[in-house]
Ligand binder design. Structure first.
Ligand SMILES: *Cc1c(COP(=O)(O)O)cnc(C)c1O
Length: 408
């Protein structure tokens, strides 16, 4: 009899997005004439930059001609893309990263989910709360936890992100081997300073731990004093892996292109105390289980680094940041404490009431959909996440409606 991986039985069903969909559908049925504005999504809405589209088309044309056709490419990504990434995203900011340390992939979701398999099943995992659910669920699937109790898996170290610590968790008191960090953060929108990040790097160095740094939203950082990469912090090359994506930077959520940086200095230890290279392990894993991102998509991603591509992606991010500023201002004017929205597309609003109660209020009285914070973890209770990914006109309208609704 074929037996299942029983770790999957430990997974808590996530009703978040189905619950939201059901409540929105019920509201729409009861109010067929009311237009709903969705500020709950974590997906971009603007089209790909023209420079990317042009390169994408050229790539497709090359595939149509026997003289320029390409079959399997290097699993780690084409050199033309890895060189541009190393130069523009890292070396230009003083972060010493070489093209060989970059692994191009079809998503930061897959990479943040897959990376755990090169580490021991006994590795102690530390995750922020609230958090992007992928980090927790993939470790549950791998068997690094017990069943959940009161919404938290036994065996994980949870790092609370609260108003008291300005949504930057404190270094855990318990030992931790693998530490997930995400800045600018989804869902809180909080960004981290170099000084704060340095504390984590020092902690990882002292305890022979490894940081998994999710920088999916780095392009939203506009404060020049804030780091966009963990490698802007001294000593990070030995203890940090960084995940990046073209999804939020250049609208690639449906096109799929991302990359993971694994510096050659990162080490892991076997049970005999022997050191091994994380880069070599990940290279082995990637080459065995992944066969590269399609050539036209890598050409489209490369175009992000042309002068036109740089200008166009900046315009794209500026557009969402303008939405974010409007949301933050409107909610602040209404007397709510807000985090994020300055160097991130998410505004984390303290609703001073149950997350779902606030969600229902905004839906039923304003026709605006947000995301209840409780869906991202225990510490999200009492908050909602408002996303800046929508058209400016819709955001304006939504904020006007929320103001009216809360004035009654
Ligand atoms: C959107 C997002 C990603 C990007 O995922 P892709 O698979 O590259 O589209 C990664 N991490 C976080 C926290 C995100 O919100």
């Amino acid at each position: 009899m074929i037996q299942m991986n029983e770790n999957y039985l430990k997974l808590q069903a996530s009703y978040l997005f189905s619950d939201i969909a059901r409540r929105v559908a019920d509201f729409q049925q009861a109010n067929p004439d009311k237009e709903i504005i969705r500020l709950g999504i974590g997906d971009v809405t603007r089209p790909l930059p023209p420079a990317c589209i042009e390169a994408f088309r050229k790539g497709v044309d090359e595939m149509a001609d026997a003289a320029t056709f390409r079959g399997y490419g290097p699993e780690q990504g084409y050199a033309f893309l890895r060189e541009k990434i190393a130069q523009h995203d890292f070396q230009s900011r003083g972060a010493d990263i070489s093209p060989e340390e970059i692994f191009v992939s079809d998503g930061a979701k897959c990479d943040t989910g897959n990376i755990q398999e090169i580490f021991s099943v006994h590795a102690k995992i530390a995750v922020p709360d609230p958090v992007y659910p992928v980090y927790v669920d993939t470790n549950v699937m791998a068997g690094r936890t017990e069943f959940a109790e009161n919404g938290r898996y036994r065996g994980l170290v949870y790092m609370d992100s609260t108003k008291e610590n300005a949504f930057i968790p404190e270094i855990p008191k318990e030992a931790a081997d693998l530490i997930y960090l995400c800045f600018p953060n989804n869902p809180t929108g909080a960004a981290i300073s170099k000084e704060e990040l340095k504390k984590w790097v020092d902690f990882a160095r002292d305890s022979k731990a490894l940081i998994l740094f999710d920088a999916a939203y780095e392009s939203f950082v506009r404060d020049e004093n804030l780091p966009r990469s963990v490698y802007e912090v001294q000593g990070a090359r030995e203890v940090a892996i960084e995940f990046r994506s073209f999804s939020k930077t250049a609208g690639f959520t449906g096109t799929r292109c991302a990359f993971t940086v694994v510096p050659k200095e990162c080490m892991v230890w076997d049970s005999k105390g022997q050191k091994h290279s994380v880069h070599q392990l990940w290279n082995r894993r990637h080459g065995t289980k992944f066969n590269g991102v399609s050539y036209p998509v890598q050409k489209a991603a490369e175009a992000v680094y042309t002068p036109a591509g740089q200008e166009q992606t900046k315009t794209l991010i500026d557009y969402y940041l303008k939405n974010a500023a409007l949301i933050r201002q409107a909610m602040t004017d209404l007397g709510f404490d807000c985090t994020g929205g300055e160097n991130s597309p998410y505004i984390w609003v303290d609703g001073r009431r149950d997350s779902w109660e606030f969600f229902d209020l905004l839906l039923n009285k304003a026709g605006v959909v947000c995301t209840p914070g409780a869906g991202f973890g225990k510490c999200g209770e009492g908050y909602i996440r408002i996303s800046a990914f929508n058209d400016f006109e819709n955001v304006e309208k939504a904020m006007g409606r929320i103001k009216e609704a809360l004035a009654d």
